[in-house]
Ligand binder design. Structure first.
Ligand code: 13P
Length: 244
């Protein structure tokens, strides 16, 4: 069993004063806690907060070059990040990111020893037509490199329609999606590797629904957006994972 992981994606939220929220989080021994603030806060969060890991929300696929405004995996590592979220649906929508680009970014992240959290998930239309598992298999096939070190890869299943909406799939739907992902990983990388890759659920995780989500088989943790911004909300989610 891999170590449980609860990750907070601050998205485009967070100024210096918000670091205080990170410094008062509970730190149960059996749970890895990760916060991914905006890149402007990575170094200060690393310096200010003990006992949690810090990650980035994106990286460029190239090691360096003429790419105004972008950040390489090496820069994020140098700033103190140990993880990077890749292929989030907001990156895919806002910046037209494709699966092929996510794959290139994953390789870039690994070349700098960052752990990649690769996000996949179906849209509302795909969900309504029963296409979820097909979509997930396709995204996995196109977004992941041909081989994967288990300790460097995390998959986040985030249904697009559940992000920021308060809507959450049923436990049975999450179970089916996570089982499908585990099976796909086993077929592609072998059973041992597949069992070591952490599978996170993301999309409207709150203190009120966290325990139910963490009880679902093959859910090794969560990728949390809005509820990761305050210790009042993120703290209970961390504690729910610790006892799951
Ligand atoms: P919410 O938890 O705000 O729905 O966001 C989920 C998400 O996108 C995490 O990456």
């Amino acid at each position: 069993m891999p170590r449980k992981l609860v990750a907070g994606n601050w998205k485009m939220h967070g100024l210096s004063g918000d670091l205080a929220e990170a410094s008062v989080l509970p730190a149960p021994p059996d749970v890895d806690i990760l916060l991914c603030p905006p890149a402007t806060l990575i170094t200060r969060m690393v310096q200010a907060v003990e006992g949690i890991m810090v990650g980035a929300q994106d990286c460029h696929p190239s090691a360096k070059g003429a790419h105004t405004g972008d950040l390489s995996a090496a820069m994020l590592h140098d700033a103190g990040a140990s993880y990077v979220i890749l292929g989030h649906s907001e990156r895919r929508t806002d910046h037209g990111e494709t699966d092929a680009l996510v794959r290139a970014k994953t390789e870039a992240a690994w070349s700098e020893n960052l752990i990649a959290i690769v996000c996949i998930g179906e849209t509302e239309a795909q969900y309504k037509t029963g296409g979820t598992l097909d979509v997930l298999r396709g995204q996995l096939a196109r977004s992941l490199p041909d081989s994967a070190p288990a300790e460097r890869l995390v998959i986040a299943y985030e249904p697009v329609w559940a992000i920021g909406t308060g809507l959450v799939p049923t436990a049975a739907e999450i179970a089916a999606a996570h089982q499908e992902i585990r099976t796909w990983l086993a077929n592609s990388f072998g059973t041992e590797t597949a069992e070591g890759i952490r599978l996170l659920y993301g999309g409207s995780v709150k203190p009120s629904n966290a325990a139910g989500i963490f009880a679902v088989p093959n859910v090794d943790g969560a990728l949390v957006g809005g509820a990761s911004l305050t210790a009042a909300d993120f703290g209970p989610i961390i504690k729910a994972l610790a006892v799951a």
